[in-house]
Design a binder for this molecule. Sequence first.
Ligand SMILES: *[C@@H]1O[C@H](CO)[C@@H](O)[C@H](O)[C@H]1NC(C)=O
Length: 244
Amino acid sequence: MRMFFGSWFVLILLSRGTLGIQDGVDARFELWSFMASLWINGHHECGGTVIDNRIILTAAQCVADIPLKNLSVRVGTVDIYKGGSIIAVTAKIVHEKYRELNNDIALLWLKTSAVSDRVAKAPLTIKEPAEREFPSNAGWGERQLESYDAPRKLQNGVTKIHLRKFCSDELIETIGDNLLCSYYTQNDICPGDYGGPLILGNKLVGIAIQGHGCGYVNLPSIYTNVFHYLKWIDDNSKKIRKNK
Ligand SMILES: *[C@@H]1O[C@H](CO)[C@@H](O)[C@H](O)[C@H]1NC(C)=O
């Protein structure tokens, strides 16, 4: 335990002050018009992505334990407290084998279409991102660990894809093909960003699921690998459309 606290102390001293989505900048909304804010009990809690007129892709951790009547989605605005539209969620499918860092993926069905002149669908990737590619992330999450300072305006940043072995070694956890490993100085995903998109070449490649102390500790962050779940997304989009 002493060792543990000792290393935390050193990490705290070494950590630089960062701004987030870690060190994010105001996003140009026209580039993120598929971005959804997921509200639980009237508060922004997570991100999500419009992938079809009435379907939002998000993380299972955001919605697994939440009844439908407590969920809604805001789309079409860069400012989460103003503009766009708030749409009720009337069905959800959480991956049947979801557990922490595994199958962290879910679909939401909206009461009305999210797509408008201000909201577009994000195309899903057709290939996996490669090592050393630089995808972008975005969200309304906290700027700093436990600062409770969440931005009103959507923030976005850039991260870098690494080999899964890098993440497995750094995190001492098995990072399999269903996950993406990313790390880039001064970029992290924070509470409030989870469920949100990772974009490369205008395609959705990942779902934000785990950062590391909101940039506090220099460790990689983890995304659900959308490419790995293309069939699950397709099968379950059909299912949710039919059973809504
Ligand atoms: C859902 O909302 C009800 C009130 O409408 C509340 O009592 C309940 O705690 C909420 N459930 C969750 C899991 O947030």
